[in-house]
Design a protein around this ligand. Structure first.
Ligand code: KG4
Ligand code: ZN
Length: 340
């Protein structure tokens, strides 16, 4: 790293987490996330409520990030913020705040693409963490995203596969809802899957060409399956919950690994970097490890706090763009559908 002192304050507000982080020369000094509990009652993110909560949380979260980092606003080199993609109302809060703060402090403003940030989270300076070498494949899997990206260099990325409907995290969460589990259901399905038989029930995998994904059909298949079983035995869910969870998870992992196999075959690239909240899934981690032995993959998963929505990943992109002098203009606007 360079001999200058680069302090980046990063702000992330694309969905339902209000986050701020301070980075010094590529290393994280603080990484604060205020998760919005309000959405649990609704079984999913309510955009209008998310925007309001961001507005309430943003100043305290930034203040806490600066305090934890032990620096003052005057020491900041630049402000980085998530420009998109995400929920417009949520993005507007972070964008407007970042613009005002950069203007007030008279320092550079740096716009960040949230999907690039999930990938570049692998480049945060950390002890005992090997960074993926270029080119590599990045698979971002969360409640909002399912993408496979060919990463040639920091800012030369190509989306080679993505979902045509639901994200993989939604497949977990919506299946869990059908089973009466709380929101988000992913972690609970993971826990129960470890106690069940993954081959107890079969769900057909969707047929989607190439490297794209589809998860909405799976949710419908699970719905019909449960309705049919419950008709015959009203206690079916309670009696077979662990087996159902294991079977759903097994199907989802099969879908993801099939596409990864195809992606490595098509590109000849075997370095695979994983990001997004679903990367916490123990079954997915196991399948990736197996792939290392079976297919010669090398897999990379950052620290958990850098895989879910967070501002540390926005900070690393801010840092890299700062080094290139790639700043945003004060007229920059949030963009809900921003592409990689
Ligand atoms: O990255 P994230 O925190 O937020 C966004 O969606 O952007 O990801 C949350 C998603 C939820 O769908 C949640 O159910 C899922 O990640 N998730 C998991 C696990 N932990 C979180 N899914 C399966 N197994 C897990 N252990
Ligand atoms: Zn995300």
């Amino acid at each position: 790293m360079s001999s200058q002192n680069i302090y980046i304050l990063a702000i992330e507000s694309s969905c339902d987490d209000t986050a701020a982080a301070v980075m010094h020369n590529g290393r994280i000094l603080s990484n604060i996330v205020a998760s919005q509990k309000i959405h649990e009652e609704y079984g999913g993110v309510v955009p209008e409520l998310a925007s309001r909560a961001h507005q309430q949380n943003i100043v305290p979260v930034v203040d806490q990030a600066l305090k934890k980092a032990g620096i003052s606003k005057a020491q900041l080199t630049a402000i980085a913020f998530t420009r998109g993609p995400g929920l417009m109302g949520s993005l507007l809060v972070g964008t407007s705040f970042a613009k005002s703060l950069a203007y007030g402090l008279d320092i550079p403003l740096i716009d960040v693409n949230h999907m690039q940030a999930h990938i570049l989270a692998h480049f945060i300076e950390e002890e005992d963490f090997t960074k993926p070498p270029f080119p590599f494949l990045a698979m971002t899997i969360s409640g909002g995203h399912t993408q496979i990206v060919k990463v040639n260099s920091y800012f030369d990325m190509e989306v080679i596969g993505e979902t045509i409907d639901d994200a993989v995290g939604e497949a977990f969460d919506k299946s869990g809802k059908l089973l009466g589990l709380g929101y988000p259901a992913g972690p609970e399905i993971d826990k129960r899957a470890r106690l069940g038989n993954p081959k107890a029930f079969q769900f057909t995998k969707p047929k989607v060409d190439g490297l794209n994904f589809s998860f909405s059909g799976l949710k419908t298949a699970i719905l019909y399956f449960i309705q049919k079983q419950v008709k015959a035995n009203s206690n079916f869910i309670e009696e077979h919950l662990n087996d159902i969870c294991a079977s759903i998870q097994y199907t989802i992992i099969g879908i993801l690994t099939d596409k990864l196999k195809l992606a490595t075959k098509q590109t000849g690239i075997t370095h695979i970097a994983i990001g997004g909240g679903v990367s916490a899934n123990s079954g997915i981690r196991e399948a990736l490890k197996k792939g290392e032995q079976k297919f010669g993959w090398t897999t990379y998963i950052p620290k958990f706090e850098y895989t879910t929505d967070n501002a540390a990943m926005i900070a690393i992109v801010g840092h890299l763009k700062y080094l290139e002098g790639n700043y945003a203009d004060q007229s920059v606007m949030a963009s809900a559908r921003l592409k990689i």
